[in-house]
Design a protein around this ligand. Structure first.
Ligand SMILES: Cc1cc2nc3c(=O)[nH]c(=O)nc-3n(C[C@H](O)[C@H](O)[C@H](O)COP(=O)(O)OP(=O)(O)OC[C@H]3O[C@@H](n4cnc5c(N)ncnc54)[C@H](O)[C@@H]3O)c2cc1C
Length: 322
């Protein structure tokens, strides 16, 4: 099976309920998934963040969950996110939170999602923290950007969004966000999208990543950019990738344009390229690791398998060895 077919297989199966039920209950699957997931509880995640902070790395906690099917589940997920924000401030770790709007009800009722989001943003404001809205599949992009604009207009400044380099529309979205001085995390994109909406070839996605990054760096050069504050509030630009070529390009562009490293940070996922995380810290760059935790790890795990065929092999051999 080619890498593209494998990718689409795992992304399709990430949405299949019976596969979710079977795999989520399987201890061996959890053993492999736990390479990418900090644990099932908030306490597990806090311990991981402490360890990261000890290595000079900041974190973003992600309470796993998406496409919530009932209002009650959306409210429960909101409470869990509030608990994470509260815990960060209580124990004094360097972390903010990343949330998925479909977890707090975006697909059920946009008004419900906005109300849940407002509770989260109030709590983050009270504890001087920051909330990043992860970007989900292309059907959510307009709604996510609209809620981000709403949040900014409502006076919540410590919020940010994600732009996916695989989408053709991203260049325009970045221009609109720069008018708002929006904080952006740039990633390649983790979902299955049609060639009408997204670059189908990895090479094209990589090229667009560099292109969008150049534009954002030029924006920082002109405006001075937005530096981060403490461990919680990130700078205006987050470069989210484990791809050494993209990272090298970003560093080269920043040096060429004289952009201060205070105005950007690198972000990576828990369990991936720890060596590169430490290397960037040693070079004096800010690094933040995305730390997912909770019981709803199945779709997140499937997307991580989709990204790298070697992970699938690792999973399959572990699955059948026991
Ligand atoms: C902090 C962070 C936040 C993100 N938020 C979002 C989001 O909100 N929305 C969204 O759509 N996507 C998000 N992503 C995922 C992103 O879109 C990509 O799917 C993912 O990062 C893989 O792409 P890459 O840039 O690492 O490049 P690739 O070219 O995919 O990978 C480069 C190298 O990184 C390593 N690597 C990458 N993935 C894996 C893996 N799964 N397992 C083991 N090694 C791996 C390998 O060494 C690989 O050669 C996020 C990624 C990061 C790092």
């Amino acid at each position: 099976m080619g890498a593209n077919m494998l990718r689409s297989f795992f992304i399709q199966i990430s949405k299949v309920k019976w596969a979710q039920r079977t795999i989520s209950r399987n201890k061996l699957a959890w053993r492999v998934a736990s390479r990418f997931v900090a644990g099932e509880t908030l306490a597990d995640a806090v311990q991981v963040v402490r360890d990261l902070n000890g290595r000079g790395i900041k974190a973003s906690l992600d309470h796993l969950g998406e496409n919530t099917a009932s209002r009650e589940d959306a409210t429960r997920a909101t409470e869990d996110i509030l608990a994470a924000i509260n815990q960060i401030s209580q124990v004094g770790i360097q972390s903010n939170v990343s949330i998925k709007l479909t977890q707090v009800g975006l697909l059920l009722d946009e008004e419900l999602a906005r109300q849940n989001l407002a509770r989260i943003l109030e709590s983050a404001r009270e504890t001087h923290n920051f909330v990043r809205f992860d970007m989900e599949d292309s059907s959510c992009v307009d709604k996510t950007l609209a809620l981000h604009s709403w949040a900014r207009q409502a006076g919540f400044n410590d919020v940010g969004v994600v732009i996916q380099a695989y989408l053709y529309r991203s260049e325009q979205d970045i221009q609109a966000l720069s008018q708002l001085s929006g904080k952006v995390r740039l990633c390649k994109g983790a979902y299955q999208e049609s060639p009408q909406l997204a670059f189908p070839l990895k090479k094209e996605v990589d090229q667009n990543y560099d292109h969008l990054l150049d534009q954002m760096m030029e924006g920082i050069q002109q405006t001075g950019g937005l530096p981060g504050r403490g461990g919680q509030i990130p700078p205006g630009l987050a470069i989210a990738t484990h791809d050494p070529a993209r990272i090298a390009h970003a560093i080269q562009t920043a040096n060429r344009l004289g952009v201060s490293p205070e105005t950007f940070e690198f972000q990576m996922l828990y369990g991936i390229r720890r060596d590169l995380q430490d290397q960037l810290v040693a070079q004096g760059y800010a690094v933040r690791v995305y730390v997912p935790y909770g019981t709803h790890w199945y779709p997140y795990f499937m997307r991580r398998l989709a990204e790298r065929p070697a992970n699938v092999w690792f999973f399959v051999t572990n699955f059948f060895r026991h």
